[in-house]
Each structure stands twice: as C-alpha cells, then as structure tokens.
Design a protein. Structure first.
Length: 205
C-alpha cells in the first residue's frame, strides 16, 4: 500500500482527446517527510509515520519538536501513519506525488463540510408534509409523525430527525488519477472528494 497526506486545492475539468469533459479535483499531494518508522519489535506493529505542512515552532510542544528533530525536519501540522507501506523508506525521507502514476486509482479520505444543525429535508431528503392546502400552516418542511402514542409511547432509536450534519470522516474509493504535475506535487483525480478547500486529505492506493 502507498499513501500520502495532501490538501484539497479546488475543482476544475479537463477534456479527453474525444472531447469529453471530466470534472476533477486538484489535490496537493505532499511533500511529506517520514517522521518515524515503527517496527514490530519496538512498537508491536509495522507502520510508516509521515508529516505534512509546515508548523511554527512556537505553536509546537517541546516533545513534538524533539520528535521532528530526530527526523531532521521542521514541525508538521498533520501527522499520519500508514501500515503495510509498500515503499522502502528511511527516517527523514521525503515522499512526493511521484509515488503515484497517471491512470491508477486511489482512495481519498477527508472530513466532509460541516453544515451545522439542519432539518430533515436537508439532512435526510424528506419531502415534507405536503402542500399548503387543507389548513396546514408552515408545515412544508416538518418531519411528520415520530412514533406511537400509548404504544410504544416513545421514539425508536435511529429515527431520522433534525440534528448536526456534516463534519464526518468520509472515504471515496476508485478515483482515477487523470493528470499529474509532479513539479508542483499536484494530482488531478476524477470526481469530487470530501472537505472544503484547504482541508487535509489522505490519499492511498
């Protein structure tokens, strides 16, 4: 398995030789620095820890500063572990977008946009109670009946109701890398990925 930490830049579209438009997401994939190599003997499992995005030393704890100094690098904002890492990397090595190739498929994980407290129409796609006839007033976006009266006299767990929406960890699979710009560590993947512009992403294959 190969993996890298990146950042969502925005969306664009490119055209195939046949003239078909493909919507794409522009992702800055790296550069990441290997900040720790975990082994079975010492840590109980094997993994490669990488760091991404510069962080000011004044905003970093002394323990973290020493941790990054061991890898001969500056403090990083985002740190992630990749188990079963297929590439042979040493402490302090730099990982760039070149670990991927144009045309292969990847899976991208990120945090979806936060929507705040939303009603059932936006959160679950309800159609509302119905039209405004028959004496109804301000009921077009209401959830409707929630449960029984005397029995079961409660609302069942899992009932789809209004509440906080978004801000969830989302993984999108089978995204094809349609174009790469290794000089700028940019990759273009087909379709959309979770998160707002500038949010961190985990790209794996």
């Amino acid at each position: 398995m190969k993996g890298i930490i990146g950042k969502k830049i925005g969306m664009t579209s490119i055209f195939t030789p046949e003239g078909k438009s493909i919507p794409c997401t522009v992702i800055e994939a790296g550069p990441c620095v290997v900040t720790q190599i975990k082994t079975t003997d010492k840590d109980g499992y094997e993994a490669v820890q990488v760091g991404y995005d510069e962080k000011k030393a004044k905003n970093t704890t002394k323990a973290q500063i020493k941790h990054f100094e061991a890898a001969n690098t500056t403090p990083k904002r985002k740190v992630m572990e990749f188990r079963e890492f297929s590439l042979d990397k040493a402490l302090g090595d730099v990982i760039t977008s070149e670990i991927f190739t144009e045309g292969e498929t990847v899976q991208v994980t990120g945090t979806s946009k936060g929507k705040g407290f939303q009603g059932v129409v936006k959160r679950h796609g309800f159609s509302g109670v119905g039209s405004g006839t028959h004496g109804q007033h301000d009921r077009s976006r209401a959830p409707g009946s929630l449960g029984g009266s005397s029995y079961p006299a409660r609302v069942f767990k899992g009932m789809r109701m209004a509440g906080r929406m978004g801000g969830d960890r989302v993984m999108v699979k089978n995204l094809k890398i349609v174009k790469m710009f290794n000089d700028k560590n940019l990759i273009l993947v087909s379709g959309n990925v979770p998160g707002a512009k500038g949010s961190y992403l985990i790209i794996e294959n």
